[in-house]
Design a protein around this ligand. Structure first.
Ligand code: OAD
Length: 245
């Protein structure tokens, strides 16, 4: 079905020295996790954009916390899918490799992948709203919603919300790998949430090659060198199987 474009993408990957992969919610869709902007992403009629903000948490912390509990409930029962696994396999096939995910579900980490940043954080980690220290949710006594830190302050999910900045160290790492990579695969993201939405253009401007994997065209499609339309859980394993590395 995709044969010519797929073959061209595999040729490019076989000549690649540094592979960067950027993923979004679409990569976890086949694990049964609702995407942010898909029709199943609504919770009690709230959209992700309404809930994933510092203002929503300030006004109604219980509602935001319960939304994350709902997401954690789905994610806790989900498994990495063939797309996540193909990415983990690619890590050992390239001389240099890096994964940047916008997902907070932790599914990439569960494949055992090492060279990665979760640039929007991780919903299994929490952060003290007063002291800023982070801890794993499973280590926190869940006596209230939201739970509290030892210091008495409310704990929040350790994720980057709309209107918040990505931590500087993570951004610096992102720009470094965007300079170093010669090929970028960008999979399962709508390409509309900045700054990550601008990263494919940055890679292009640095002289890199961009391969997009998505079930439908996105704003990234017009700048991608190759767009492969279909499920990431099907296309990424096909790409990986073609590699000679
Ligand atoms: P979105 O929900 O905006 O987009 C998901 C993308 O995945 C869409 O382009 C879909 O077409 C595509 N997709 C769905 N199923 C797929 C499949 N099986 N295979 C391949 N592609 C598929 O999610 P993101 O782009 O990740 O930020 O959203 C970016 C950020 O906005 C998120 O990290 C989150 C969000 O609100 C924060 O929470 C800060």
């Amino acid at each position: 079905m995709y044969s010519d474009l797929l073959a061209a993408a595999i040729d490019r990957l076989n000549a690649t020295k540094f592979l960067l992969i950027i993923t979004g919610a679409g990569i976890s869709a086949e694990s049964g996790i609702p995407t942010f902007r898909g029709k199943d992403g609504l919770w009690q009629n709230y959209s992700a954009e309404e809930l994933a903000t510092p203002w929503a948490f300030e006004r109604t912390p219980e509602i935001v916390w319960k939304w994350y509990d709902w997401r954690r409930g789905i994610i806790g029962n989900a498994e990495p899918n063939p797309g996540h696994i193909a990415i983990k396999n690619m890590e050992s096939m390239f001389p240099n490799f890096f994964l940047m995910t916008q997902n907070v579900d932790g599914l990439h980490g569960r494949t055992g992948i090492k060279n990665m940043i979760e640039i929007h954080g991780n919903l299994w980690r929490v952060r003290c709203t007063s002291e800023g220290k982070t801890m794993m949710l499973m280590d926190v006594p869940l006596k209230t919603i939201p739970p509290r830190c030892d210091c008495g302050a409310i704990l929040r999910p350790d994720v980057v919300w709309f209107g918040e900045s990505i931590p500087t160290a993570w951004l610096e790492k992102s720009f470094k790998v965007m300079e170093l990579c010669d090929t970028l695969i960008v999979a399962g993201t709508s390409g509309i949430v900045y700054p990550v939405a601008s990263f494919p253009q940055t890679v292009k401007s640095n002289g890199g090659f961009v391969i997009e994997v998505n079930i439908e065209p996105t704003p990234i499609s017009s700048l991608a060198d190759i767009s492969l339309y279909g499920k990431s859980g099907e296309i990424l394993p096909m790409l990986q199987k073609g590699l000679k590395h």
